[in-house]
Design a protein around this ligand. Structure first.
Ligand code: XMP
Length: 517
């Protein structure tokens, strides 16, 4: 296992993902984590991330002294290299120009870290690598015991290494895809220099997680709110593998789900996997509660509150339950303040986590707490979940409630469900579903005039939205082919009687949000 100390770089999570992709388990701690956690973790190697600060400034972050006492290899990236240099008596200086972007690095052949890793070789036999640089300060004098292992025309010391202690520093970022040999560099570090094997595979992750769940819950029963989304689905499959019939899932059908979503969840879990799922049909209760409510935030509140109420009612009927399972994943943990100790249990603010009745006193089980989304998907497939479910676009907690603008009615929900289904079906058929991050239809309560045959129609409008994004914070509207939009539009107007017009949303985020409400 590898420890990554985070100095605040935007790329730190990428380092963790690279290491995990190489089949090596790693955890990410803030640089000032209590040293006890480092000692307990007992890593075979440490990676110091980049960061926005300057080691020259008083009070700037340093690697904890314990790191140098562990007797394991250490790799410093960017700021990580600078603090390493500084802490061992080298010199770091600010430079007039900041360097950002592509650079060509010349690697020296004597370093274990970089030998025989190159994109090209120059006339003198030195390896040349294309890399991604992003820094202001630079190391200008090597600390004692270190040798130069890489340089660029602008940065004489772009890499340093102490082969005795296996300490290495790189000024560039091997974790980004703009450094084509980056994976090989991490591979060299974690596999060869640290000696970590490829044990972090989907099969092992499942066995390991299942074992830990069994240890945690003993012979108690576990309750899970199943939504049909990726995370809760994988938790269900994993807990079923771990504790079988001692898992009970509650699936609340709010009437605001996608076409046949409830049936699909029941088919996969109840019938196919044999998971015990209680399906609660609460459509009417949700429609009643939403009657006359048009404001988006008010609708969210109504839906969230009622969801908790319905979920709690079902939960209270179960005796024997002592644990509540949640689909918290590693990015949630890292982003929460609790990451400092790695211990805090932070409850997702999503509505699908109930404020369960006090008297139940449930403890949390979070078997995906250490996993990135791509790992969650990989184990989902391994556990036998359908590909379609594992790679499904995210769906907001309030569901169609925020995709029907204004007041929610049954007619609007039924119309929207069918339009959305047509859109998604055609996206899949055209091979565009996996090229978009989120795609859906929106019901607009404004009426527009249409004409079919000799008849005049005056009916609501359906808007189509498809975006591409990595983090859902910013997004670009998907440039879908006109032919595809044409097929979707025709099908929606022909097959659904209550729609006269289809429009495509060409707004990015910002300024628009992804959802319309
Ligand atoms: P926006 O519309 O803010 O959406 O650009 C960003 C992402 O968040 C999802 N979203 C929600 N998810 N409850 C949720 O669980 C909500 O109330 C909610 N609102 C937006 C949205 O689908 C997109 O993926």
């Amino acid at each position: 296992r590898i420890l990554i100390l985070d100095f605040g770089s935007q790329y730190t999570q990428l380092i963790a993902r690279r290491v995990r992709e190489l089949g090596v388990y790693c955890e990410l701690y803030p640089w000032d984590v209590d040293e006890k956690h480092i000692a307990d973790f007992a890593p075979r190697g440490v990676i110091l991330s980049g960061g926005p600060e300057s080691v020259i400034e008083a009070g700037s972050p340093r690697a904890p002294e314990l790191v140098w006492k562990l007797g394991v290899p250490v790799l410093g990236i960017c700021y990580g290299m600078q603090t390493m240099a500084h802490q061992f008596g080298g010199k770091v200086e600010a430079h007039a120009s900041k360097e950002f972007g592509y650079a060509e690095v010349r690697a020296r052949n004597h370093s274990t870290l970089l030998i025989n890793i190159d994109d090209r070789v120059n006339a003198d036999g030195h390896g040349l690598l294309d890399v991604w640089m992003s820094h202001g300060d630079r190391v200008t004098a090597l600390p004692e015991g270190f040798k130069l292992i890489a340089s660029t025309s602008d940065v004489p010391i772009a890499g340093m290494g102490d082969e005795e202690r296996h300490y290495y520093g790189l000024q560039f970022h091997p974790e980004v895809t703009h450094t084509p040999q980056g994976t090989r560099i991490y591979e060299r570090f974690v596999h060869e220099i640290c000696g970590c094997g490829r044990a972090w595979t989907p099969v092992n992750i499942i066995e390991d997680a299942a074992e830990r769940v069994r240890e945690q819950v003993g012979d108690a029963h576990v309750l899970l709110g199943l939504s049909g989304g990726v995370d809760s689905s994988v938790v269900a499959a994993l807990l079923h593998r771990a504790i079988g019939s001692r898992l009970t899932c509650v699936f609340v059908d709010t009437g605001l789900l996608r076409l046949e979503e409830g049936d699909q969840v029941m088919r996969v879990f109840d019938k196919h996997l044999g998971v015990r799922v209680i399906r609660v049909n609460a459509e009417q209760r949700f429609l009643d509660a939403l009657a006359g409510v048009a404001d988006p935030e008010a609708k969210r509140k109504v839906i969230g509150r009622l969801f908790v109420e319905v979920f709690d009612e079902e939960a209270s009927k179960l005796s024997n339950v002592r644990f509540l399972a949640q689909g918290t994943i590693y990015p949630d943990v890292i982003e929460s303040a609790g990451a400092k100790t790695g211990k805090a249990h932070v409850i997702k603010s999503h509505h699908n986590v109930g404020g369960l009745p006090e008297h139940m006193k449930l403890k949390l089980v979070e078997p995906l707490r250490e996993l990135f989304k791509d790992e969650v998907r990989a184990i989902g497939l391994e556990l036998g979940l359908p590909r379609e479910m594992v790679f499904r676009h995210p769906f907001p907690g309030p569901g169609l409630g925020v995709r029907i603008l204004g007041e929610v009615t049954k007619t609007a929900a039924d119309t929207l469900r069918r339009a959305d289904h047509i859109f998604i079906e055609e996206l899949r058929r055209a091979g565009w579903y996996d090229q978009t991050s989120q795609a859906f239809a929106v019901f607009l309560p404004v009426k527009s005039v249409g004409v079919t045959g000799d008849g005049r129609r005056y009916e609501p409008v359906i808007a189509l939205r498809a975006v591409q994004t990595i983090d859902f914070m910013t997004a670009r509207w998907a440039h879908l082919p006109y032919e595809l939009l044409d097929v979707v539009s025709r099908r929606i107007c022909n097959e659904i009687s209550g729609v006269s017009r289809v429009v495509y949303d060409v707004s990015g985020k910002p300024p628009a949000t992804i959802e319309w409400e």
